[in-house]
Write a protein that binds this ligand. Sequence first.
Ligand code: COA
Ligand code: AMP
Length: 629
Amino acid sequence: MGYAEIYESWKSDPEAFWMKQAEAIDWDRKPSKALFDDNAPLYEWFVDGMVNTCHNAVDRHVENGRGDQVAIIHDSPVTNSKQKITFAELQTRVASLAGALRAQGVEKGDRVIIYMPMVPEALEAMLACARLGAIHSVVFGGFASSELAVRIDDCAPKAIIAGSCGIEPARTVPYKPLLDGAIEQARHKPDFCVILQREQQPAELTEGRDLDWHSFQEGAQPAECVPVEGNHPVYILYTSGTTGAPKGVIRPTAGHLVALNWTMKNIYNVDPGDVYWAASDVGWVVGHSYICYAPLIHGNTTVVFEGKPVGTPDAGTFWRVISEHNVRSFFTAPTAIRAVKREDPKGEMLKKYDLSCLRALYLAGERADPDTIEWAQKVLDKPVYDHWWQTETGYTIVGNPAGLEALPVRIGSPTVAMPGYDVQILGEDGTPKKTGELGAIAIRLPLPPGTLPSLWNAEDRFRKAYLDTFPGYYETGDAGLIDENGYLYIMARTDDVINVAGHRLSTGLMEEVLASHPDVAECAVVGVADELKGQSPLGLICLSKGVERPHEEITAECVALVRERIGPVAAFKRAIVVERLPKTRSGKILRATVAKIADGEEFRMPATIDDPAILDEIKDALHEPGHAG
Ligand code: COA
Ligand code: AMP
């Protein structure tokens, strides 16, 4: 069957479709049905099944003869090391870690925060939690203490597992002081922390609270896999929303297993045993789904890459890893390819490596611009597939089902809706738009298995953020159109979320930080076009009356403040001082207009603007030399 038949078979009988996919998973108790809709518009899947994620990702492969197959390849140009871990070794390591966590009191349902760099132990920590039915929440290493503290308070972890440091090309980032700062700031205190000491910068352990990763496992009884209900959360992953408070996306165990397993062959076109590589970070959803869970669930070897696309040591790193480890499918963000293209526009580096193993390049996380796709197609001479999804869904909403049927690539479109997703374009009043018309992208409920059933501790926010605008639909926050061939085009976000180097960031959060500066009366942050990172944040600040310090001093402090409070990942490097913010007469900040001015694009003067002259002032300020902080 091709794509159209499969999509139709799902649409005509979703229950049968998902029950069939569920057969690929090892259940402790099979679910009696797929969809549970008693609580509509809140839906759940496979609720009465009992299952364990770690068993499906690790133990069952050992039982089925894959024990000697490499499960994880750690390739770390920043530490100059490589390591391979087989499924059998992974089982031993994860069972031991889980046993040690259990001995310290971690049980099913307890939360555990993981704050680690790209080392295999990060995956082992995730799997050990899943083994016990404990709910992990991984926090990206590029976030600062305050952001870690917010997450500690929201999910109230019993334990935190952290690395002593992360390694960025230009510096070692000590995680321990960030962790200590976060615990000090947070109202909730974890019972204990486990610290993985890295030789590049070991940390001093806090007596009575911190345990050493290795020594705390000594003598611990290995833990078995604890079966959990199908709707039990395997993890919480915080992502940016419109306000400063991050949203805790819940990932339900059973649907996650079933859906991710389906994607590996049908979308990424790999068979069990193949090597699969997603160059992202475990702190993001791509890292959860496609560095850790999906490849392991499907019996693939996954690559954990600790490095950057360029500079570690050069723009040939990706190609070296693909060729050396025999990678069949490679997934990264367009920004990473742009970085490589900038350093090596002719693809000279690529010629040094035999890439015959590679079948296709997959791009997601941000808009894939035509130049980047065309360049990658040309230098690689392989298909390049854009696909669109979000933290909330955990896997492809719209993509090219290359393992099922490779559909023609139309540059600018991530292709078509995957089974499970009925994607619609709606007008502001919720009426469907015609073919080719721009509107809000919404998905008819229920969302498929594995997608978020709600937000952690925030069902009201879940309803408001996703369900209330268009009753009967999930609001994606993206705007776009569908053409006459059913191809979707993503045009923009409908909220104040921006996308910097494939990282989803909240301008609202940056505004909260800027507003806390004593000299700032009012501020706005907008996303402006950035050649490398897709977008970068630009801050407009209005000073409080009577402040007469040099503007450069204040903007530099603002830049430092965002870095300190949110972290380097915010990449907030530009702020300008303006007299007033451009607003509508009703007080709404005209962010889109500011972004257009900054991008040097044509813009229409908004009819409702309060004070048109302010736009000229902004234009001048942006083009003044030395305006950046
Ligand atoms: N721990 C600590 N700091 C981190 C970090 C981590 N895990 N990850 C990033 N940072 C820091 C960086 O060192 C940088 O700090 P700086 O301002 O001192 O230079 C800052 O956060 C921004 O990092 P990054 O977004 O990685 O930008 P960069 O300029 O270092 O590199 C790219 C640019 C394009 C090479 C890089 O963004 C990249 O590889 N992107 C791929 C995107 C990706 O994987 N997205 C995931 C979704 S698929
Ligand atoms: P995240 O939750 O961090 O994965 O970010 C999801 C958001 O990134 C989406 O809602 C889009 O705005 C954007 N995004 C992800 N993939 C794509 C894509 N292929 N094309 C355009 N935008 C994308």
